[in-house]
Design a protein around this ligand. Sequence first.
Ligand SMILES: Cc1cc2nc3c(=O)[nH]c(=O)nc-3n(C[C@H](O)[C@H](O)[C@H](O)COP(=O)(O)OP(=O)(O)OC[C@H]3O[C@@H](n4cnc5c(N)ncnc54)[C@H](O)[C@@H]3O)c2cc1C
Length: 389
Amino acid sequence: MVSFTLNEEHEALRSTVREFARDVVAPVIGGYYERGEFPYELVARMGKLGLFGLPFPEEYAGMGGDYFAFCLALHELARVDSSVAITLEAGVALGAMPIYRFGSPDQRERWLPELCQGERLAAFGLTEPGGGSDIPGGMRTTALLDGDEWVIDGSKAFITNSGTSITSVVTVLAITGRTGDRPEISAIMVPSGTPGFTVSREYSKVGWCASDTRELAFSGCRVPKGNLLGQAGRGYAQFLQTLDEGRVAIAALSAGLAQGCVDECQRYAGERVAFGHQLGHYQATQFRIADMEARAHTARLAWYDAAARMVAGEPFKKEAAIAKLTCSNAAMDNARDGTQIFGGYGFVNEFPVARFYRDAKVLEIGEGTSEVQRMVIARQLGLAKRDTG
Ligand SMILES: Cc1cc2nc3c(=O)[nH]c(=O)nc-3n(C[C@H](O)[C@H](O)[C@H](O)COP(=O)(O)OP(=O)(O)OC[C@H]3O[C@@H](n4cnc5c(N)ncnc54)[C@H](O)[C@@H]3O)c2cc1C
């Protein structure tokens, strides 16, 4: 029998993160967002709670949990705020996870304990100014071996967590050779502060305003040969695996935002009076919130399914793409409807629903656009020949 009942550990984690989001994040995040400031204090508290170590073994200072637990935490955080949720998502799914999955024992010992404790952040640099969807075709960054060092030249765009004062390392995908006319792609770890590696100013973004996103430039940047992550030439395959997992995480975050819109509207519908009655008295409002709840519910089931398959070691590529597509749609639709229910206050930044509206759009773009998810699903159905990730 299929069951989506959470076990005791997952239930306890959900309650802990829900309380943390409500009591610690909610009261202060609006200020960080307005100032476009990275919330170091909140990230430190999240680190102390063990959130950055959730899916990693205790030998690396992790919590010994699983990826489902990590996604649950993202869902609960995003019910309140997406900037802290994406900081956790990118730090774990894109930053630390490739080091855990593909790193040597030395690399794991060197980097993971600080990352698992949230004392440091790692980033993953794939997208380039010339293209994000068209990888590897659009990739231009190169890393060439010169003696015992890689020499990296090129640039990366939109890299989350890459420029904070606690960022320790960015894993960069680069062309390291060619087999016939196909580029050979490898993943190379570049510690923050390496000469020849510069990080731009923060982008001025529409949403996720309290998260860190930067453009990176590499000019004759030298790192030791041993900074290769995994095997040379396996970077593309590693990236596909990293993104499949990351899509489940972004789906959970999106479903959390969709649910957060319902939370806000349920409350507001009982408070706001128009034409002599609470908004919730009107069937138009009830139906709108009912539709929002239906979307949040089906979104949650979609990521639960993908995450459960992943944790069970079953194929989950198609389900991850479906979850990412479905959950980001639900987030966008609920943010639009939630803002409408709030009327003018839905357009004022101090109300969370306005933040949700600004934060929802990028969920249809990051870690593979909605079009890319459709390409993946079509390919899994045998409808498309080209490898799109
Ligand atoms: C806030 C933020 C944080 C991010 N964090 C990271 C990060 O940490 N690391 C990282 O590597 N990247 C990151 N990204 C980059 C993100 O993954 C890319 O923006 C995304 O993959 C899309 O790439 P692009 O922006 O180059 O758009 P493009 O690839 O140029 O696509 C533009 C449009 O064309 C569509 N399109 C492209 N090709 C096709 C096609 N064949 N058929 C139909 N439609 C098509 C796309 O779906 C999209 O709508 C981040 C982006 C943002 C905005």
